[in-house]
Design a protein around this ligand. Structure first.
Ligand SMILES: Cc1ncc(C[n+]2csc(CCOP(=O)(O)OP(=O)(O)O)c2C)c(N)n1
Length: 377
């Protein structure tokens, strides 16, 4: 498949007046997101907490400057933009031009994971129903497609979208500064310690991305099966809420294992959970300061005081560790106390040969229902 030269595409957007980028990184847009991150001043590329926030930034920027922003997202994030697009940016409301660049996971005919199949099939229909005109970008003639989209966006004062197929952008490599070189613990090592410490009776709800893939592989190697794990393969940011709901169905402890990107995406759930979750809910946050699963763009998680946020929300016992040897004793204390949370700071990175779950979500659900029922007996 021929590709679009990523730097040429980026330069073209700049030539056409894009001075602000905002979004949430995506695996299919990995090279474009890396290029934007590498070449754009930090204040002009906002890695937003969620895609709806990125649309909000684009709306505010336009009303203040008359200019327009480019908003990048995976199609999984379309749900997060529906509200601000339909009830703010749509021409029936404020009429705000913005260029949406959407990675098309689960495109019909392209093999992908279960969580991307329906979203991939629904992507064109969702854009149609939002009345957002879109073009599926082509490696041949992409300049004309971009220019037409921008002209339409400006003529009609509305969001328009470029839909990006797998493998469309050329490789863009860059070296990122490591914000915390003193941390050597990997996420997978941390997860291995966690699974060992919490025991096989506890339930786990793990976050979207490589965390859940690592949990799956660790359970395989531990020979424990998968019936105690809800892998949040889609619905990024909702693991803690899922764990809150699941804690209602068992007397065992239910651990949410979140990531910093997932935590930030719907952080409003933290105080509600701290105030209202049942006493068997426990929270573990693996903080590597980045969206590691989709290319490693930094989040703001290393710049903020997460223990203070959790304490302020109502978690009464909060610990932070960054070494494997501290995890078992910390989890002993966490297990003993309701409204407690453990933050584990880790380095970025994962195995090249990391696999994907071989049990489907629907099979896993059947097994989980049984395991939860047993835990109540
Ligand atoms: C709503 C939504 N937006 C974007 C994505 C793409 N995505 C999958 S994993 C991930 C990064 C998760 O970051 P974090 O929680 O920090 O975990 P890490 O990958 O660093 O372990 C992203 C952005 C998605 N699945 N869903």
């Amino acid at each position: 498949m021929s590709t679009i030269e990523t730097v040429e595409f980026y330069d073209h957007l700049l030539e056409k007046g894009v001075e602000l980028f905002a979004g949430v990184p995506d695996s299919l847009l990995k090279d474009l997101c890396a290029c934007i991150y590498d070449r754009t001043p930090r204040e002009a590329n906002i890695v937003a907490a969620n895609e709806g926030n990125a649309v909000g930034i684009a709306v505010g920027y336009h009303v203040a400057t008359g200019k327009y922003a480019a908003v990048y997202l995976q199609n999984s994030g379309l749900g997060n933009i529906v509200n601000p697009v339909a009830s703010l940016a749509h021409p029936d409301v404020y009429g705000v031009p913005m260029l949406l660049i959407i990675g098309w996971r689960g495109e019909p005919g392209v093999k992908d994971e279960p969580q991307h199949v329906a979203q991939g099939r629904l992507t064109p229909a969702m854009l149609d129903s939002l009345e957002v005109p879109y073009t599926v970008l082509d490696a041949e003639g992409w300049q004309g497609q971009v220019d037409d989209a921008l002209a339409l966006m400006q003529a009609e004062n509305k969001p328009v979208a470029l839909v990006v197929r797998k493998g469309l952008f050329s490789k863009y490599s860059f070296t990122q500064e490591n914000p915390k070189p003193e941390i050597t613990l990997s996420r997978e090592e941390a997860l291995a310690e966690v699974l060992e410490a919490i025991g096989s009776d506890a339930f786990v709800v793990s976050t979207t991305g490589k965390t859940s893939r690592e949990v799956f592989e660790l359970r395989e190697s531990r020979g424990e099966g998968h019936a105690h794990d809800f892998l949040t393969v889609g619905g990024m940011g909702h693991s803690s809420s899922i764990a809150m709901g699941a804690a209602l169905g068992t007397e065992e402890l239910v651990y949410c294992i979140d990531g910093d990107g997932g935590f930030l995406m719907h952080m409003g759930s933290a105080p509600v959970i701290a105030q209202r979750a049942r006493d068997n809910f426990r929270y573990i946050l693996i903080n590597n300061g980045a969206h590691e699963s989709v290319g490693g763009q930094p989040t703001v998680a290393f710049d903020i005081d997460i223990p203070a946020i959790l304490r302020g929300s109502g978690f009464e016992h909060v610990e932070l560790v960054s070494e494997a040897s501290s995890i078992p004793s910390a989890l002993e204390r966490i297990a003993a106390k309701p409204r407690s949370a453990l933050i584990i700071e880790t380095a970025q990175g994962s195995r090249d040969d990391l696999g994907r779950p071989t049990v489907s979500p629907s099979e896993n659900k059947v097994a989980m229902l049984e395991a939860f029922a047993e835990s109540r007996n």
